[in-house]
Design a protein around this ligand. Sequence first.
Ligand SMILES: NC(=O)c1ccc[n+]([C@@H]2O[C@H](COP(=O)([O-])OP(=O)(O)OC[C@H]3O[C@@H](n4cnc5c(N)ncnc54)[C@H](OP(=O)(O)O)[C@@H]3O)[C@@H](O)[C@H]2O)c1
Length: 328
Amino acid sequence: MKYRTIGTDPRTRREVSVLSLGAMLFGTRTDEATSYAILDRYVEAGGTFIDTSNNYAFWVNGTQGGESETLLGQWRRSRGVGDAIVIATKLAGRPLEPSWTLGHNIEGLSASVIRESSARSRERLGMERLDLLYAHVQDPRVPMAETVEAFGSLVAQGSVGLLGVSNHFVWRVERCRQLAASAGLAGYEVLQYHHTYLRQRSDLSTLRSPDGDVGVVTGDHLDYLRAEPSLALVAYTPLLQGAYVRPDKPLGPEHDHAGTPVRLKVLQEVAQESGVTLNQVVLSWLIGGDIPMIPLIGASSVAQLDESLAAVDLELTADQRARLDAAQ
Ligand SMILES: NC(=O)c1ccc[n+]([C@@H]2O[C@H](COP(=O)([O-])OP(=O)(O)OC[C@H]3O[C@@H](n4cnc5c(N)ncnc54)[C@H](OP(=O)(O)O)[C@@H]3O)[C@@H](O)[C@H]2O)c1
């Protein structure tokens, strides 16, 4: 395994593995025994960065979510997991009542939600201090100063270590960081967005925003990360849920553009030359790029996880990386 640091403050920064494991479907679609086997294997391989959310995975059984956090809390207790494993969770996207529908009637980012939902996450996870807490989705209904103040207070009180942000337009991230800095409060230091090798259209409106896909890495994010190298990018759904390698998981309309076949061709060539899978090239490309990223993968079996773990040791040659980067 390889490691890197997230955060800058010596009191809160953490060393994490460069491959993060998503627990989104653990405790719902993925049963307890399989989830435990995947978690145990990840830790055995040196993995130290696990991702969940207070709303995972409400849409599977029509609940409010929390099943994933609860399973992780039980797994932590049963394995005596201590400080070495960093667990990231999120709030804002939890539905206010049991629901099957993503993005509908969610709790948002008010000060009271931030206070109360973070306390419930600490209970479910069995942690006195959340290692990393993200604002899961943006909430234009709440003044940014209120959100910033509430998150910053949690860090000041010691009930949260690091703060992160997901699925926000970049100007909001920067505005919130400015507000936090001028108030002398901790601000967002970890960004979590969808990113992978294939580029997807970001102009398509989604449930989260009519103004385009707020969850996808664009040039705005890349330029921001180059300018602010102390920020870390966690790249979710890097394997496109299996679509690189599985005919049963076709690419969606967001990949229906001229760049997709061009990039797929180079990806296939590089995978063949190196005797590895497409997934492994994608993960290695993300980890080792000039803006290093932390891929956040999902797995529903130990075999899938093992394939992703092996990508950490895959070094692309300078020529392979240049060809992958140039394809568009
Ligand atoms: N911030 C956000 O809004 C957000 C959004 C989405 C996800 N996330 C986080 O990101 C994590 C990962 O998301 P994801 O599950 O969408 O990521 P992903 O890694 O792109 O997809 C994982 C899925 O891909 C398939 N897969 C994985 N390895 C495979 C292999 N070697 N061969 C064939 N298929 C393979 C499996 O599908 P099957 O299970 O069908 O076999 C697996 O469940 C989540 O757990 C969550 O923590 C965050």
